[in-house]
Design a binder for this molecule. Structure first.
Ligand code: ADP
Ligand code: MG
Length: 222
């Protein structure tokens, strides 16, 4: 379903370059859940950006559903993200001027769906935020924002869900509820779930665990 082959990525900072990915390879099947672990700064977020076509690698390939992402135009990549990928960013990236319901409806609105608001309201109900539908992100707690971000990433039933430390900012109880929700929605839609986490308990709930170490991916458990 998604396959990375020998991906290299370096960032340039002034006249030095920081190599981050140095031959990362990974093959994930449809419906699988995979935890990506590794210390802070090891390149986990960068890896997710490359996987979702938001960052272009210096070399190597990323194939998603049979399409080589980085040989496509950036418009074609954006179409794939809109239709097939749900991303839960580490810092949520909610739009402050939109209510929770409007944020969640956005992917469907963009796709021209007429029932965007109704579906968004239903999903917010599902994540326990029905009563917060018309509130703005600034008026919500970290856990609530995280659930809004998850609802927005999943509203269009993407075949790939990518989440960057989805429980990182949450207390244990809220974190567990958020993780339950991700796994539940993942199974309902037979979506592939890739999650970056520092939390060993959350990693252990995934079918596979891989560690990003010195720029490449190693199997921890399969
Ligand atoms: P992680 O998510 O594992 O903490 P990141 O992928 O965020 O790691 O970062 C990996 C390394 O790349 C870090 O050293 C970080 O400082 C650097 N880095 C990340 N993004 C950029 C960028 N846009 N420009 C320059 N350096 C970056
Ligand atoms: Mg990160």
């Amino acid at each position: 379903m998604i396959s990375l082959d020998d991906v290299h990525l370096a960032y340039s900072a002034g006249d030095t370059t920081i190599p981050v990915l140095k031959g990362a390879s990974l093959d994930v099947e449809q419906g699988q859940s995979v935890a990506i672990i590794g210390p802070s700064g090891s390149g986990k977020s960068s890896l997710l950006l490359v996987l979702t076509g938001l960052e272009t690698p210096d070399s190597g390939s990323v194939v998603f559903s049979g399409k080589s992402l980085h040989t496509l135009s950036s418009d074609a990549r954006a179409d794939i993200r809109r239709d097939d990928i749900g991303i839960v960013f580490q810092s949520f990236h909610l739009i402050p001027s939109l209510t929770a319901c409007e944020n969640v409806a956005l992917p469907l609105d963009i796709a021209g769906s007429e029932s965007a608001r109704t579906q968004a309201a239903e999903l917010l109900e599902r994540v326990g935020l029905g009563h917060r539908a018309h509130h703005y992100p600034n008026a919500m707690s970290g856990g609530e924002r995280q659930r809004v971000a998850i609802a927005r990433a999943l509203i269009h039933k993407p075949s790939l869900i990518v989440a960057d430390e989805p429980t990182g900012n949450l207390d244990n109880q809220t974190g567990d509820a958020v993780a339950d929700l991700l796994f539940e929605l993942n199974q309902e839609n037979d979506a592939t779930l890739l999650l970056v986490t520092h939390d060993p308990a959350l990693a252990a709930r995934c079918e596979r665990q891989v560690r990003l170490h010195e720029g490449s991916l190693q199997t921890v458990s399969a």
